[in-house]
Design a protein around this ligand. Structure first.
Ligand SMILES: [Zn+2]
Ligand SMILES: [Zn+2]
Length: 396
């Protein structure tokens, strides 16, 4: 076998390193800067109640979990089916698998978990035609996160923020600014991320709560059935589930082994009063508002009400029962219809300014390298050994 000279090996390693670093940095070069709508609490004379007009029955759903196989189609199918079988045995009506960068083989809405970065800024993507492979693998600014959300949203039906707390994947400051997502994983395993949700809601960013185990395989039963999502509708067909999740006919539950002891019956606004009704068996109803502040706690078994105050921008309810905690979606102030989340828009001047700065830095570095490589005239002269001088021609 022919051995590569050391110098050639060095160049090969340099080029390979350049390709890897270039691949890691490319998404950063694509990135636009954004203008974010200012964080503004919900306002208006009317109240928007996502549960108004809900119909059908409640369905218990596992939304975010992993089959834990890779690179063998047979094994992937088997692991998806094993996850679904486990959740169905616990009593769930719908069991989805949302693997990293892969659609599962199960029937139902197409869902996957997007994100290939060290700080675990992940998204749950529902109804996308294809998997999106663009991500920012190292640090992520708010602009990076907004860019990913916009890319995913353009191709999907619904996008949610997964486990916002883990490694500070979404900081409070991010959540006061980011736009363009539909739901947030407020319950993850047995941990509540209410503060993250309240940071977004208090800034007028409306999203609905989901709960998930994020279980990886069926090997740790103690990690399964801790958090789940309840969706209301006439069926468990994909369209009905997506529609319920879009409208906010849903709530998140924390419990044990997937057991619902009490289910939500109704959320209504009568005049200036919010009324929440459940099956009998609840212990307390906690009403939470702007800034995540607790406005009122009512100890009751199946019904509680809250007098909406002029300073309230949103009110969400947490129902505690002997075995579970229910996190209901908020009612929010609005001037009219459903409050739409204002969208961040790319800031063109800043975007092209940044790209121009990157390009000129790259060109400058290349020029400096080439200049280092080229020997100066003095070095060329001194490099000539006396014995190798050309013999002077003598005229004949
Ligand atoms: Zn994740
Ligand atoms: Zn996950």
């Amino acid at each position: 076998m022919r051995r590569l000279p050391v110098r050639q090996l060095g160049w090969t390693a340099l080029i390979a390193g350049g390709v890897v670093v270039g691949g890691l940095l490319l998404p950063y070069a694509l990135l636009p800067s954004y203008h974010y709508p200012p964080p503004t609490p919900f306002a208006g004379r009317e109240w928007y109640n996502p549960y108004a007009g809900m119909r059908g029955a409640w369905h218990q759903m596992a939304l975010h979990d992993h089959g834990l196989t890779c690179c063998s189609l047979v094994e992937e199918r088997r692991s998806d089916e094993a996850m679904a079988a486990y959740y169905h045995a616990l009593g769930y009506d719908v069991a989805l698998v949302s693997d990293h960068q892969r659609f599962s083989y199960l029937p139902g809405p197409r869902i996957y978990e997007h994100g290939m970065n060290v700080l675990k800024t992940h998204q749950l993507v529902i109804g996308a035609r294809d998997i999106d492979w663009i991500d920012f693998p190292l640090l992520q600014s708010t602009d990076d996160k907004q860019y990913v959300l916009d890319r995913l949203r353009a191709e999907a039906v619904l996008v949610g923020l997964a486990h916002p707390k883990i490694r500070n994947g979404y900081s409070f400051d991010d959540l006061r600014r980011l736009t363009g997502y539909d739901f947030m994983e407020v319950l993850h395993e047995d941990v509540s991320y209410e503060q993250w949700w309240d940071a977004a809601l208090s800034a007028g960013r409306l999203s609905w709560a989901t709960g998930s185990d994020d279980a990886h395989g069926t090997g740790r039963p103690s990690k399964m059935g801790l958090s789940w999502t309840m969706l209301r509708g006439f069926s468990t067909e994909a369209d009905a589930l997506v529609s319920a999740l879009r409208q906010g006919w849903s709530y998140a539950v924390k419990g044990q082994r997937g057991v619902n002891d009490v289910q939500l019956r109704d959320v209504a606004i009568r005049g200036d009063t919010l009324v929440v009704a459940t099956d009998p068996g609840a212990l307390s109803f906690t009403f939470v508002g702007q800034g995540g502040h607790v406005r009122s706690v009512v100890h009751a078994s199946s019904r509680a009400s809250y007098l909406l105050r002029p300073e309230d921008s949103y009110i969400r309810t947490v129902v505690r029962t002997p075995r579970t905690t229910l996190y209901l979606n908020p009612v929010v102030r609005t001037p009219g219809q459903r409050p739409a989340m204002a969208r961040a828009v790319p800031a063109l001047a800043a975007t092209w300014g940044l790209r121009a700065a990157l390009l000129s830095t790259l060109l400058g570095l290349t020029w400096a390298l080439r200049r280092r490589e080229r020997p100066t005239r003095g070095a060329r002269l001194s490099a000539r050994a006396p014995g190798r001088r050309r013999p002077r021609r003598v005229a004949a």
